[in-house]
Ligand binder design. Structure first.
Ligand code: GLA
Length: 726
């Protein structure tokens, strides 16, 4: 609910769980008053007005009021708030911004953001507020957009800047800035590197600034556009967590700054690194959207809120909240060395095992036998697949499998027809030589003709055969940003690249609504909400080792639904880390996400093949629960053990996955308590040959078996007993 108290000039945004309060002061400043656990009414809480040294006052006669000491809703540069501002501008004769309230609008529903991905909802699910702030001297309007999802406990925020009569340069413009009166928090982020993405990282907050960012032209493997502040005493099930996401896939920054008065400012938005956007008179700039939430139900509360919201208001199209096929991908099975016959053999065994789709990965186009050539040439490698793509797809379909195909459309190889015809389509900075990544260059998506080429060439392939799935990869980051420096004040390249990319994705996903799109960037190098708005799943990591995957998948699922998370069983020794893990453990770990296989099924022993058949069968019986249910991290005695529970939305089924990493002598007992079950229902567990009530499983727990070997796991399925109880 969005309430406006016209007498006291107070906005109160209320969901089931939180309240967000702002107030317009007499001088037109928009002050932030409160964000936290829901209150029914925000009464007469006076501002803290104190005379403080070195905090400048807008009025000479009143030494108690300073922007430096207030909680500000959207802070500006140059006029007395010394923290990191939300927006900064420069113009002919100055560089400050004085924003005052002008008007506001409240309405049902939510507008889409022009050119950018954003959350969405029906008129009965979301309500919006727009507040126009105005700078008299610059004739500049800043509109703050708030869209409140009362049931899913989310506030979407974005900002639009509109130049009036005068031109200005935006030096910085965040999507969200939030001031909190306290600083006793820890910062939670998802950090990592290639093949080890999204490690859940906790950092201390001190006076000064903590920040994460990307300057790569993609959100990156190393950082995720997400930041949370949690009470120092927070637990999995209780305590306050404030969390913010950015719906954006390019350069971003997220920070938490503590000032001299131990107040905290949290911010997230486009990175101001290599960013300067010039607005001529009458022009507008729209920021990406940020999502803000609060819970006092600990990390589990944050995870549930985030998963539900993303599934309902970010994912879209046919596969939104729809289960995904079990696939086999040929990458780790063959790499570039495959023939039609080999792919059909793989499809044959996959079909016998009950697998539902075959994905042909890199190497089917141009003359690509390794990663040195052909990106940009999206036509079939005839010598490799002489009977054509449509023929191959038909043969695979005849075996009862759908067919998926890999692309890397944003890239160009020097050794490609495309480069020979259009060398200027690769991003290039005047006077500088190319920088290579995997021997490839990035196409300049700021050029409309390049975007059109990508749409046209991918369309032609998708129309040429019965293709049900696309893996959209991106395997290097941007260098040499080629801003047109005729007007040397602009640094717009990185954001214009993203606008080009989003335009392509919008066009292709609309044109092929039946196709399931999966995004990838060497695994999770662009696993963010911007991509998820178009492509409802992501290849989580190039690291397919079950043990490495535990932390990668745990970090990923901290905020992203398991429905979006590709997880494959691969061969041993594992290709990334050389580890030998049992097939069972590989299956159990992969079954916590969207299950696939990425190994040469034709070379398996009879025993392993029947193991895989069993995994496919089991997964089909639990797929709804895994993909569409609720996900819980369970408490274990140490980091040497991991336990998770996935529960169907009607609480009829639960899957407990327990992994013990290293064997220990005299191993301590591991009693695991489940979560999310119906306490009064009785559940059967076939593997244990027993039944338990939900309350027993959640309150007493289950003792895990003692297995004296490394990398062991168990998976218990609990199905609600029908009819009679115990
Ligand atoms: C990236 C992807 C892999 C595979 C290769 C193909 O690394 O993450 O899954 O598709 O490219 O070159």
């Amino acid at each position: 609910m969005i309430l406006y108290d016209a007498q006291r000039h107070i906005f109160h945004l209320q969901t089931e769980e939180f309240s967000y309060v702002m107030q317009i002061l007499e001088d037109g400043q928009l002050i932030h008053r409160y964000f936290g656990q829901r209150v029914n009414y925000f009464g007469d809480h006076p501002l803290v007005l104190l005379n403080r040294s070195f905090s400048p006052n807008p009025t000479a006669s009143d030494r108690t009021y300073s922007l430096d000491t207030q909680l500000l809703e959207y802070s500006t540069n140059g006029l007395g708030d010394f923290r990191e501002s939300a927006i900064a501008v420069s113009y002919e004769d100055g560089s400050s911004l004085d924003l005052r309230y002008r008007q506001h609008r409240i309405y049902k529903g939510k507008k889409a953001l022009a050119g950018l991905p954003s959350s969405y909802g029906d008129d009965d699910q979301v309500e919006s507020l727009e507040i126009d702030l105005y700078d008299d001297y610059l004739d500049l309007t800043v509109t703050l957009f708030y869209s409140l999802f009362p049931e899913t406990n989310m506030l979407a925020k974005s900002v639009k800047v509109r130049a009036g009569q005068r031109a200005v340069c935006l030096e910085k413009v965040l999507s969200l800035s939030l001031d909190l009166p306290d600083s006793a928090y820890q910062v939670h982020t998802l950090n990592g590197r290639y093949a080890q993405e999204k490690l859940w990282t906790i950092s201390e907050l001190r006076q000064g600034k903590f920040s994460i960012e990307s300057r790569r032209g993609a959100s990156g493997h190393a950082q995720t556009p997400f930041i949370a502040l949690a009470d120092e005493q927070v637990t999995e099930d209780s305590g306050q967590v404030y969390s913010a996401h950015l719906i954006y896939s390019g350069n971003f920054v997220a920070f938490a700054e503590v000032n001299q008065l131990e107040m905290t400012r949290l911010g997230i938005g486009i990175n101001d690194y290599h960013f300067r956007w010039r607005l001529e008179a009458g022009e507008e700039f729209q920021t990406p959207e940020a999502l803000l939430s609060y819970t006092n139900r600990g990390f589990s509360g944050m995870t549930q809120t985030s998963h539900h919201f993303i599934r309902k208001h970010i994912l879209s199209g046919k596969y939104k909240e729809k289960t995904r096929p079990i696939l086999v991908n040929n990458w780790e099975a063959t790499y570039f060395q495959f023939t039609e016959q080999k792919i059909l053999e793989l499809a044959e065994v996959a079909s016998q095992a009950g697998i539902e789709m075959l994905v042909l990965d890199d190497g089917w186009f141009g003359h690509r036998d390794d990663d040195n050539s052909s990106l940009g040439d999206w036509f079939l490698y005839q010598a490799k697949l002489p009977n054509g793509l449509a023929h191959l797809v038909q043969k695979v379909n005849e075996k009862g499998l759908d067919f998926g195909l890999w692309f890397e459309p944003e890239m160009i190889s020097e050794d490609s027809n495309l480069y020979r015809q259009h060398p200027d389509w690769a991003i290039q900075m005047a006077g500088r030589s190319h920088r290579f990544g995997r021997e490839q260059l990035v196409l300049d998506l700021t050029k409309p003709e390049v975007c059109d080429y990508i749409v046209k060439s991918v369309t032609a392939v998708l129309e040429s055969a019965n293709i049900s799935y696309v893996k959209w990869d991106m395997n290097r980051n941007i260098t040499n940003p080629s801003d047109d420096l005729a007007n040397d004040v602009k640094q717009e390249f990185y954001h214009r690249y993203m606008l080009g990319l989003y335009d392509i994705l919008e066009r292709l996903t609309k044109a092929f609504p039946e196709v399931l799109f999966e995004s990838c960037s060497g695994g999770g190098g662009r696993y963010d909400l911007g991509m998820l708005c178009y492509m409802p799943q992501t290849w989580t990591s190039d690291n397919t080792d079950a043990i490495s995957r535990l932390s990668i998948q745990e970090g990923t699922s901290l905020i992203y639904p398991t429905l979006t998370m590709g997880a494959h069983v691969s061969a041993v020794p594992n290709h990334q880390v050389g580890r030998l893990t049992p097939l069972e453990t590989r299956g159990h770990v992969a079954m916590m996400g969207n299950l696939g296989f990425e190994l040469d099924l034709t070379k398996l022993s009879t025993q392993d093949l029947s193991g895989i058949k069993e995994q496919v069968k089991t997964y089909k019986a639990i797929r709804d629960t895994i993909q569409l249910g609720d996900f819980y991290r369970l408490s274990t005695k140490s980091e040497n053990e991991k336990a998770y529970c996935q529960v169907s939305s009607n609480r009829d089924q639960a899957v407990l996955t327990y992994v013990k990493i290293l064997a220990q002598p005299e191993s301590p007992i591991s009693r695991i308590k489940l979560k999310g079950l119906d306490p009064d229902a009785c559940y059967d567990c076939d593997l244990l040959g027993r039944s338990y009530y939900g309350d027993e499983l959640m309150r007493i727990g289950l003792d895990m078996p003692l297995i004296q070997q490394d990398y062991q796991s168990v998976q218990y399925l609990f199905n609600k007993k029908r009819g009679e109880n115990l």
